[in-house]
Design a binder for this molecule. Structure first.
Ligand code: S3P
Length: 441
């Protein structure tokens, strides 16, 4: 199930005239990680249908296996035998979160609750990403954590005997919030995270599905250390909105497109891109909305009658957290339509790559004008994309955003590393081939 994030296979992409068909999406990556981690420390067995086949979610399963969790991945999902809150075992080797920030930061919360020592590392990109944001509060809770330069992976965590704290993270981060709520399950008393702005709430929803009470009062999210987790038996991961976003954009940009995206997760803490599009006059049709396992899902349609943006795409303030992974594709959309203005997105500089810098460099390589700022960018609208060589830096979302730009470029485009899409969407190029092959000519 895993795939090297640094595989470095180049790929040439030709522009397309039409894209037609149903898009099959990977299961939501954020939700899959959390389902597996909670199932691992719950009582009872859990079957997770549609577990993401991404390399990131594969890394989470590998780490859990190393911690003694019995699990089996099949084509339809993952079966996990819960070890209970006290059943994890020390890993004989250092855990490897590969490229996955969610694996290392959220799992660290569980590791901080264990009365044994665990070391966890990741690939070169992950080893450059800031970990102080979880180290500080986990220490306040009583865990001992050491890290390179007190900030970078590998992390060595020795936990147990935690006490609940009230903590306001200096950055808006669902990973930090989730790390602390999971550590809070092992702590004496209550643990409260005060969110500077609301971030994705999958952990809160899933904890409830596992029978844990999570109170949400204003910005405060609180769990109690006495909580027990009971497996709900079966869970289903919705289609990943962040994967759907690339096809929504392709559907809007390619001349003749008719795309249906089924069973897409529509949690409002994730769909900031739809809000930005709507505010710019573009209405993506959402049909068949329903709740599955506490998460809203629906089918999305883009076709000739979908209204395209008629104003600039504006992303700022609290909304930025709800579209944080969609900024690369939003910048591409802005260039093609009426521009994009992104602010309060400084966090993008510490994602899998410095995404703001790479968006700018690659837009410019495609002949697109863009202004870079410390926390965002401005892209004028009505621009054309020139076929170019794209530098992905092994970042899956940069690769997919520019693969979409390549579909409407005036000549062939080469991605220096197409394999990195496997980090979140291993079938991305297979889907592209299917969609471009289904038109009548
Ligand atoms: C994620 C949270 C976000 C997001 C990442 C996945 C999660 O990161 O960018 O892709 O699953 O909690 P931050 O928590 O660092 O904002």
């Amino acid at each position: 199930m895993t795939m090297a994030a640094e595989s470095g296979i180049a790929r040439r992409l030709e522009p397309v005239r039409r894209l037609r068909g149903k898009v099959s999406l990977p299961g939501d990556k954020s939700i899959s990680h959390r389902m597996a981690m909670l199932a691992a420390i719950a009582e009872g067995e859990t079957f997770i249908e549609g577990y993401s086949e991404s390399a990131d979610c594969g890394a989470t399963l590998d780490c859990l296996r190393r911690l003694g969790v019995r699990l089996q991945a099949t084509d339809s999902g993952v079966h996990i035998r819960g070890a209970g809150k006290t059943g994890l075992q020390p890993s004989p080797v250092m855990l490897d979160a590969a490229n996955s920030g969610t694996t290392i930061r959220v799992l660290a919360g569980i590791l901080a609750g264990q009365p044994f020592e665990t070391s966890i590392t990741g690939d070169a990109s992950l080893r450059r990403r800031p970990m102080r944001r979880i180290i500080e509060p986990l220490r306040q809770m009583g865990a001992s954590v050491s890290a390179t330069d007190d900030n970078l992976a590998p992390l060595t965590i020795r936990g147990g005997a935690l006490r609940g704290i009230t903590y306001e993270p200096p950055v808006a981060s669902a990973q930090v919030k989730s790390c602390l709520l999971l550590a809070g399950l092992f702590a004496e008393g209550e643990t409260t995270v005060l969110e500077p702005v609301p971030t994705r709430d999958h952990t809160e929803r899933l904890l409830r599905a596992f029978g844990v009470s999570v109170t949400c009062r204003g910005a405060a999210r609180t769990v109690s250390g006495h909580s027990r987790l009971q497996s709900p038996g079966r869970l289903r991961a919705p289609g990943d909105f962040s994967a759907a976003a690339f096809w929504l954009a392709a559907g809007l940009m390619v001349e003749s497109a008719e795309l249906v995206l089924e069973d897409v997760g529509l949690n409002p803490t994730r769909t900031g891109l739809l809000t930005v599009l709507r505010e710019a006059g573009c209405a993506i049709e959402v049909v068949n909305e329903r709740l599955v396992g506490g998460e809203p899902i629906g089918d999305l349609q883009v076709n000739a009658s979908t209204l395209r943006p008629s104003r600039p795409l504006r992303l700022a303030g609290a909304l930025t957290a709800n579209a944080i992974d969609e900024v690369p594709i939003l910048a591409v959309l802005g260039a093609a339509f009426h521009g994009a203005e992104v602010s309060d997105a400084g966090e993008l500089r510490v994602k899998e790559s410095d995404r703001l810098a790479l968006i700018v460099r690659n837009l410019r390589a495609m002949g697109v004008e863009v202004e870079e700022r410390a926390d965002g960018l401005t892209v004028p609208g009505g621009q054309r994309f020139r076929g170019a060589s794209i530098e992905t830096a092994g970042d899956h979302r940069i690769a997919m955003a520019f693969a979409v730009a390549a579909l409407v470029a005036d000549g062939p485009t080469t991605l220096d590393d197409a394999g990195c899409v496997g980090v979140s969407f291993p079938n991305f190029f297979t889907v592209l081939e299917q969609l471009r092959g289904q038109g009548p000519g």
